[in-house]
Design a protein. Structure first.
Length: 106
């Protein structure tokens, strides 16, 4: 049987003692700020920092055949991988558009 307390006091507490408030803490301020700045400067990508994994993650927000998710330990490395993925996607698009005859008149 699961018991629920009616008063949802947050913090550290023991039975019979008053709850002690626990200060909220956000982790890795600098890395999260770098991820936010990278998201602003790189349109077409959603960028976030994983505090548990300690990795920067980028998710492509443009249409792709399958989800495009990139991870790296540094924002510079992530940005490099993002540019490489954009270049590869552009090459794939050019190959499919030229093979399908898109843009060619007869």
């Amino acid at each position: 049987m699961i018991r629920r307390r009616l008063s949802a006091a947050r913090g550290r507490h023991r039975d019979g003692q008053a709850a002690t408030p626990v200060p909220r803490c956000t982790w890795d301020h600098e890395a999260r700020a770098q991820a936010a700045m990278l998201e602003i400067t790189c349109p077409g990508w959603s960028v976030l920092y994983g505090t548990g994994s300690r990795l920067f993650h980028a998710i492509a927000t443009w249409p792709t055949p399958e989800p495009l998710i990139i991870c790296d330990q540094t924002p510079e490395g992530l940005k490099t991988q993002m540019r490489e993925a954009e270049t590869a996607a552009l090459h794939r698009w050019l190959l499919t558009s030229t093979s399908a005859g898109i843009g060619h008149s007869r």
